[in-house]
Design a protein around this ligand. Structure first.
Ligand code: NAD
Length: 497
């Protein structure tokens, strides 16, 4: 029997008041595996209410106790990471090794947040004016909202909630309705780790749930990750309602390959970065900019590797899994049709791939286009599938101009053995995360993750010290204590000075 997933609030399942339900599918088989309650406004009220009630107690819980709970969560996650990876693969479709990698990257943020006592230390100045001292502290915001996309059901929430919780906030997570089970699993893990009820809550739903959080007066901040149009909506609505908002949007990431690059390395890396997780990564490389004589040998190397990839059920040792939904599969295939019709050279065609899977999954195999131009929809749009486009340019300057003309600015990479060229690229390119001979330059947890331009609305990136700042607000205290010898002017208290 197919179960229906409900919200999680105040440390227990909260049955929705809804009459609207979503389907959760296993993308490798096409089977519906669960139903999902889609929140009503009353549900939003109830879940936010649970977080609001838990806030004063959690805010006043000592840093020592909070840290113990974070360490306990880390230990449990470490021991049971495989379970979470299986849940991710069953709903997202990415292969198990990718899912395990996702959990590991999220866990790094948990480990970073275990250092919260150090990260929350303020500063102090003695004698700013005669007899006057100044110190600063950072305090939690209250109830914070996290809204996540389908492509990283565990890692993206973990970019935010470990730090939010460690800093003393209470959390309402609204996961993607396509992949809701990982959030529920993590909620139960928090309870096992000893987190007080109501500190971590899960609200399931779609736009109604999101808009409920964006306009709710008790929600102090929103951390959003998803597509650019929704990120813009979230930023504009959330800030109009007085909230602190960080909204990370879509991407079109370029790899620039110079003629002096190690072309085998560049081909290996662009294949991993283009087709890993079926291209459903915000840091996927979807455009390869081949400079001068690099183009022909590079396209040949990518072709060979792409044709060797096995597409199939992520639980069976395939290299690449399915797309997340039937609609995503159809959308990606229609972009391949459009690329062909626009005159790009289709070198490897993933439509009609025969996957290693049972049932009727949502597969498109690795697809490679050459001679793509910047006016084609396969270049202008974020396809979010296993489609790699090669654009050919004559010079380094043309390559940088092409990357900088793109409205997105999430990640980019350059492949070269020329340190001077790499250094210029690092300086000149208008993108938030840069890889030099590294195709998916995801910052480690103690740095911050975020793009530029249409890839980020707001000015704060995720995790690292920017994450700590986002989830806390500063207070500056100016103090004057008169000398005990002058106390009260009446000398009532004799301290023997
Ligand atoms: P999406 O924008 O469709 O959904 C993201 C979240 O917004 C989900 O929780 C969804 O329920 C909610 N949502 C969807 N439509 C809404 C609406 N009309 N009103 C209010 N809320 C709505 O994104 P997705 O398809 O789940 O994820 C893929 C996108 O996320 C890609 O564009 C990808 O580049 C982006 N992404 C970006 C980053 C980054 O770091 N910049 C990371 C991961 C994914």
């Amino acid at each position: 029997m197919t179960t229906t997933l409900q919200h999680w609030a105040g440390g227990a399942v909260l049955t929705s008041t809804t009459e609207r339900f979503g389907d959760v599918t296993d993308p490798a088989t096409g089977q519906v595996t669960r139903h999902l309650a889609l929140a009503t406004e009353a549900d939003v009220e109830a879940v936010v209410g649970a977080a609001r009630e838990a806030f004063p107690g959690w805010r006043d819980t000592s840093l020592a106790r909070r840290t113990q709970i974070l360490f306990a969560f880390r230990e449990l996650l470490n021991a049971r990471a495989g379970e979470l990876a299986e849940i991710i693969t069953a709903e997202h479709g990415k292969v198990l090794s990718d899912a395990a990698g996702e959990v590991a990257r999220g866990q790094e943020v948990v480990e970073f947040a275990c250092g919260i006592p150090h990260l929350l230390k303020g500063s102090a100045t003695e004698n700013a004016s005669t007899g006057v001292d100044v110190h600063s502290i950072r305090q939690p915001l209250g109830v914070v909202g996290i809204i996540s996309p389908f492509n990283f059901p565990a890692m993206v929430p973990m970019w935010f909630f470990p730090i939010a919780i460690a800093a003393g906030n209470t959390v309402v997570l609204k996961p993607s309705e396509k992949v809701p089970s990982a959030a529920q699993w993590m909620a139960e893990l928090w309870r096992e780790a000893g987190l007080p009820d109501g500190v971590f809550n899960v609200l399931h739903g779609d736009g109604t749930a999101v808009d409920g959080l964006l306009t709710h007066p008790d929600v102090r901040s929103i951390s959003f990750v998803g597509s650019t149009p929704i990120a813009r909506h979230v930023y504009e609505t959330g800030t109009a309602h007085g909230k602190r908002v960080q909204a990370l949007g879509g991407a079109k990431n370029h790899a620039v390959v110079l003629p002096d690059a190690d072309l085998d390395l560049a081909a290996d890396q662009t294949v991993n970065a283009g087709f890993g997780s079926a291209g459903e990564r915000c840091m996927a490389i979807s455009a390869v900019v081949a400079v001068g004589s690099a183009a022909d040998p590079l396209v040949e190397r990518i072709r060979q590797r792409a044709e060797g990839l096995v597409t199939g059920d992520g639980r069976r040792g395939a290299d690449m899994g399915p797309l997340v939904t039937r609609a995503a599969q159809e959308r990606v295939s229609s972009y391949v049709d459009a690329g062909e019709a626009a005159g790009a050279t289709l070198v490897v065609d993933g439509r009609g791939v025969t996957p290693d899977a049972d049932g009727d999954g949502f597969f498109v195999g690795p697809t490679l286009f050459d001679h793509v131009t910047t006016d084609m929809s396969i270049y202008t749009d974020e396809i979010f599938g296993p489609v790699l486009s090669v654009l050919r340019v004559g010079t380094y300057d043309e390559a940088v101009a092409l990357v900088n003309a793109n409205p997105y600015g999430n990640g980019t990479a350059i492949f070269t053995n020329d340190g001077g060229a790499a250094r210029r690229f690092r300086n000149e390119v208008e993108v938030g995360m840069i890889g030099i001979n590294v195709p998916v330059p995801v910052p480690t947890a103690y740095y911050s993750f975020g793009g530029w331009k249409s890839s980020l609305f707001g000015d704060t990136h995720a995790h690292g010290t920017e994450g700590v700042h986002f989830f806390t607000r500063a207070k500056v205290v100016t103090t004057r204590w008169t000398d005990p010898a002058r106390r009260g002017g009446a000398g009532e208290l004799d301290l023997g000075f």
